[in-house]
Design a protein around this ligand. Structure first.
Ligand code: ZN
Length: 472
């Protein structure tokens, strides 16, 4: 695509506005622009033109892998019988394994190898918990992995030393024991994301190895993955990564199960800061947040330091968070996806603390919205609807006081990738990557849905949502 003239669109609430693009960049915004020779002209019939959306926290390789996996949690699967049927119907990957993702205990309880055998015992199965923190394998899988003789600390064992089939935060080890996977379909992921209006992403996977880095960079270079990509898992000593791939803050995981002590965390943050990089700290529980705030009081925050998830923020920590200078990258989409489970599992007194938005913004904490896909719903319009309504699948509301207007939620998707929670980009000359809607923005924000995305210009590619096969 070289030249494109979008006519009769809506820009920043102004109807009948034209937008000219060349090589993927806006060059002119105004009324009654005349087509240049050779320029493609498109009548938008009042549809809005927006900056492309940035998903500030997702996992590209896991999204690609999820496309070839059995979905084994709600709403796809709800009980043991449905799970067994889904596993039986799964076409195995070329290595013979059945890979299942998105598992929730509400389906068939806490699984171990014998329990998984009863659901599917004829082929090796590995099943990932929807948190992403745990895999469970059946007995055939355990045998193929050599689990009995494994020395990884994440391999859970009974008192007599028998592996239970559960592997905690052991993805690297697991990968090293599995046959080399087929190349991930990042092109499919990129098209699906673009079809939703997402033109840049921050990959939040910690500790990307050389192989994953090479695959991601190659996919961006070839434009198979059209999005700009910001990496939190780039190695600390990483050099410039190249066109459209940038190094972000460095990801630290405060694991929910094994928190470091304060001195260790202070040392880790100081080490990262000393290299000139900010930190992006995975922090889900109240205890982890208290620890992080204490550590940052000692180290001081660097501009760009981020708090990932902030799933539970007690009210007394909101002003302290504001004082640290941290920005929050959160995922209210989990309320839509898992809210009914939260209502069952989270004590009533803690529910107002879940995935806060309004109170953080009210305390001047910068907030960016994101998906955490594939662990949370990837569709930004569903996340925006969740931020505005905070409704669960069953229609219950979680933390009504934390609702924010849909327009504010959209703005939390429009900042630069290296400035999550910062000011939204604007449709103006110089802007790279735009989204064209089939309707005015106010109409979409009254009932957000991805179907409104008509066209996406990203990195000199023009993508129509119909091009994408399915959401990732
Ligand atoms: Zn994540």
């Amino acid at each position: 695509m070289t030249g494109l003239l979008l006519r009769n669109g809506e820009v920043a609430s102004r109807p009948a506005t034209d937008v000219r693009l060349a090589h993927g960049r806006v060059t002119e915004v105004g009324r009654s622009l005349h087509p240049a020779p050779g320029e493609e002209v498109l009548d938008l019939a009042g549809g809005a033109v927006l900056p492309g959306l940035c998903d500030s926290h997702l996992h590209l390789m896991a999204l690609a892998a999820a496309r070839g996996s059995v979905r084994c949690g709600p709403p796809h699967v709800g009980d043991p019988g449905q799970l067994a049927a889904a596993l039986a119907a799964a076409s195995p990957s070329p290595d013979g394994w059945v890979r299942a993702v998105g598992y929730a205990e509400s389906v068939a309880g806490l699984l171990d190898a014998p329990a998984l055998d009863r659901l599917h015992g004829t082929r090796p199965v590995r099943l990932q918990h929807r948190s992403g923190a745990m895999w469970t394998v059946n007995s055939l899988g355990a045998e193929l992995l050599g689990l009995a003789g494994a020395d990884h600390p994440g391999v859970e064992r009974t008192l007599d030393g028998t592996p239970t089939g559960r592997l905690w935060r052991a993805d690297d080890w697991l990968r090293s024991r599995l046959p080399a996977p087929a190349p991930p379909d990042l092109g499919g992921v990129g098209d699906a994301l673009a079809g939703l209006g997402i033109t840049s992403v921050t990959d939040a996977t910690p500790d990307l190895d050389d192989g994953a880095l090479a695959i991601l960079r190659a996919a961006v270079r070839s434009r198979a993955l059209p999005q700009r990509v910001h990496l939190l898992g780039a190695p600390l000593e990483s050099e410039e990564l190249g066109d459209r791939v940038t190094t972000g803050p460095y990801k630290l995981v405060l694991s929910d199960s094994a928190l470091p002590d304060l001195d260790t965390l202070v040392a880790r943050i100081a080490t990262v800061h000393a290299t000139g990089r900010a930190v992006a700290v995975h922090c889900v529980t109240r205890e982890a947040l208290v620890l992080l705030v204490a550590a940052l009081r000692i180290t001081g925050a660097r501009p760009g330091d981020r708090l990932e998830h902030a799933a539970l923020v007690p009210p007394e920590l909101v002003p302290e968070l504001a004082e640290t200078g941290l920005r929050v990258v959160t995922q209210p989409g989990f309320l839509a996806d898992r809210g009914d489970d939260y209502l069952a599992d989270v004590p009533p007194a803690d529910r107002p603390d879940l995935y806060r938005c309004a109170s953080l913004l009210g305390a001047d904490v910068p907030v960016a919205l994101s998906s955490d896909a594939p662990y949370g719903p990837v569709d930004p319009w569903a996340v925006i609807a969740a931020a505005a309504g905070r409704r669960t699948r069953s229609g219950a509301v979680v933390g009504a006081a934390e609702r924010i207007p849909a327009s504010r939620a959209l703005a939390a998707y429009l900042a630069e990738p290296d400035d999550p929670g910062g000011p939204p980009r604007r449709v103006a000359p110089g802007l790279e990557d735009v989204v064209v809607l089939d309707r005015p923005l106010a109409q979409l924000l009254s009932a957000p849905e991805a179907a409104a995305v008509r066209l996406v210009v990203v990195g000199d590619r023009l993508i129509e949502p119909g091009d994408a096969q399915a959401s990732p």
